[in-house]
Design a protein around this ligand. Structure first.
Ligand code: 13P
Length: 278
């Protein structure tokens, strides 16, 4: 059955839980996510982002996700994150990826609709799912301006015209936060949930406080994207391990690092309500 697309993970617009999207950068991260999914009996998404493609290459990364996810029974999707051009989407689909996100958030509305519609058609032709974005989730700024947040009327029009399976919205989170301190506009989220016909996605979840994540799931978020928080866990684990046990074997260090990341992924699965849903 593995790997699957996002519709095969059991998430629906109505179900009161969200699936975790975890950005992976190499084999250690992939194994950590799959290990956590198995121990939590939770579906999960292995997400291939553009920085990791630059680091490891599209084909080696997708292929590692596919072969490791085939070894487990819990549903795992392999998903392309934040593609900004159609060529990358095409290449990933040719490599058999199960889901793609096209990020047209920096484009004008009509351009975003046109390119996302193409991505949806390309994905659906291959049996894959497609995510689009409306509103802007910035990188590394302290706050999100009102103009960057998702406009409900535009979001409904965007979802209907493009046919996306999942829609990323901007509610106040920011990409790349190393610790959590951000709150979300929950009343905007409630309005969006009433009107948007497809499940919604929260990007930049590393910076969002746990209570706000719980409320976001209650208010309609069904996919939660985590990247930076997991890198922080591995880096901080390895830096203390290298000081405390300088003579240890590197493979043992990495094995323990995988366990540390898996612990953090498991905690997030419980927070998102996806544990025991597989
Ligand atoms: P963070 O790096 O802030 O967790 O964001 C992840 C994300 O949204 C990937 O699409």
């Amino acid at each position: 059955m593995n790997p699957c697309n996002l519709n095969q993970l059991g998430i629906t617009r109505e179900a009161p839980w969200a699936v975790g999207h975890f950005n992976i950068h190499n084999q250690e991260f992939i194994r950590a996510v799959v290990q956590a999914a198995e121990s939590e009996r939770s579906p999960a998404i292995l997400a291939v982002g553009m920085m990791s493609v630059k680091y490891m290459g599209l084909q080696p990364l997708i292929s590692a996700c596919q072969s490791i996810s085939r070894e487990t029974e819990v549903p795992i999707a392999v998903h392309l994150d934040h593609a900004r051009d159609l060529d990358t989407v095409k290449q990933a689909l040719e490599l058999g990826i199960n889901s793609v996100m096209f990020d047209g958030s920096s484009l004008g509305f009509e351009d975003n609709v046109e390119k996302t519609t193409k991505v949806v058609q390309m994905a659906h032709d291959c049996g894959a799912t497609a995510e689009g974005e409306i509103g802007i989730v910035p990188h590394g700024t302290a706050s999100v301006s009102q103009a960057e947040m998702t406009d409900p009327a535009l979001a409904v029009e965007f979802a209907e015209r493009t046919g996306v399976d999942f829609l990323a919205v901007s509610l106040g989170s920011v990409h790349g936060m190393k610790s959590a301190g951000t709150s979300l506009d929950q009343s905007l989220l409630q309005r969006l949930h009433e009107q948007i016909p497809v499940p919604m996605v929260l990007h930049g979840a590393s910076g969002v406080i746990d209570d706000q994540i719980t409320m976001a799931v209650e208010n309609g978020i069904r996919k939660i994207n985590v990247n930076t928080g997991l890198k922080v866990v591995l880096k901080s684990y390895l830096s203390s391990r290298l000081i405390e046990q300088p003579e240890s074997d590197l493979l043992e260090d990495l094995e323990k690092g995988i366990e540390a990341v898996a612990g953090s992924v498991s905690a997030r699965m419980r927070l998102f309500g996806s544990s025991n849903r597989a």
